[in-house]
Design a binder for this molecule. Structure first.
Ligand code: DAH
Length: 329
């Protein structure tokens, strides 16, 4: 039994000395393993008398229990050391400034579209977007545009097949809505339109807002009032504009509105007029009972003037520096 006590003493020292989990595991296997020191001890008990066996086995179990608890205690201690080391290494510096999240901004064209929608909703206009793929009937025929009109040409219009095209104007929505709704009608149709053009004042895709009123006594003065007030609201000041007589196959009389800039230059921003009786007949509205006025605003044009943008193409070049300038508008 002396040897057992000796073993326990040296084992306690070994456990205390161990500084790593691996080392501790090796000690555990050396003493408590199947072929370990303790198993060998038990083999020696064979030669003992029954009484001796009883006595030693109690001692043996007692010592074994102590060894197991010492190993477990040491394991907890070593685990804690390891954890402490890891925490020290992974320390987070809470005083470091955080990473900023970049905020996006509303595109200036969408900003204008929103302003336009708000203004017209106050005057009782409903807003519908409509489809960007149109057929020839709605984009040209029903709008009284002659078969040989140059705008139907392949050089100007993006045709998808012999009957379908990317709409060249939101005016096609006039036809769709007049066919669907009964007067009085008061709608705006904001959306994208497509033409084969590209220079500092034209892009192949741009935005229009079409407006349409069909009522019993609507006239050109009403139309002018709406346009004046819209522009006053949009630019937030009185601006110099000119109604210039013009021609559109689907309106008569027709006009274009120019804005006169400070340096006396003029820029066309919209077309308008009284809807042509032929167009009203095309959609089964009696022109003797109802009159209609319409307008089509070029959204890029008025946005350029509002923010002093000189090249229309910059709206669509995805230059983040350009877009960011409009962050706070
Ligand atoms: N659709 C015409 C264009 O794209 C603009 C226009 C002119 C719209 C007169 C109208 C209008 O509603 O009455 O050039």
């Amino acid at each position: 039994m002396l040897t057992l006590k000796k073993i326990f003493k040296s084992l306690t020292i070994e456990i205390k000395k161990s500084s790593e989990i691996n080392e501790l595991n090796a000690i555990r296997i050396k003493y408590l393993g199947k072929k370990g020191v303790f198993s060998n001890c038990i083999k020696n008990f064979k030669s003992f008398s029954f009484e001796e066996k009883k006595k030693y086995i109690i001692m043996f179990n007692d010592i074994k229990k102590k060894v197991i608890s010492e190993i477990n205690e040491k394991r907890i201690e070593l685990d804690n050391v390891l954890l402490y080391k890891r925490i020290k290494k992974e320390k987070i510096d809470v005083s470091l400034p955080g990473r900023r999240l970049e905020h996006g901004s509303i595109h200036p064209i969408n900003c204008s579209l929103n302003n336009i929608k708000i203004f017209f909703s106050k005057l009782g206009f409903e807003s519908i977007h409509g489809l960007e793929i149109e057929d020839e009937y709605h984009n040209f025929d029903a709008l009284n545009i002659p078969k040989n009109h140059p705008s139907r040409n392949h050089n100007d219009t993006f045709w998808l097949d012999s009957d379908h095209l990317l709409r060249t104007q939101t005016s096609s929505m006039q036809i769709r809505i007049m066919k669907k709704e009964k007067p009085p009608i008061r709608f705006i149709f904001p959306g994208k339109v497509y033409r084969n053009d590209y220079d500092s004042t034209h892009t192949p895709m741009f935005h229009q807002v079409e407006g349409l009123i069909v009522e019993k006594n609507i006239n050109f003065s009403n139309l002018k009032w709406i346009i004046y007030n819209f522009l006053y609201d949009f630019f937030d000041k009185n601006i110099s504009i000119r109604f210039r007589p013009s021609y559109f196959p689907f309106t008569t009389p027709s006009a274009e509105v120019d804005i006169i800039t400070n340096d006396k230059k003029s820029l066309e921003i919209l077309g308008c007029g009284m809807v042509h009786p032929i167009v009203l007949k095309n959609v089964n509205i009696d022109p003797h009972i109802y009159s209609a006025c319409a307008f089509g605003i070029g959204v890029e044009r008025i946005t350029m003037l509002r923010y002093g943008v000189s090249d229309l193409r910059s709206f669509f070049e995805n230059d983040i520096k350009f877009i960011k300038q409009f962050k706070y508008i």
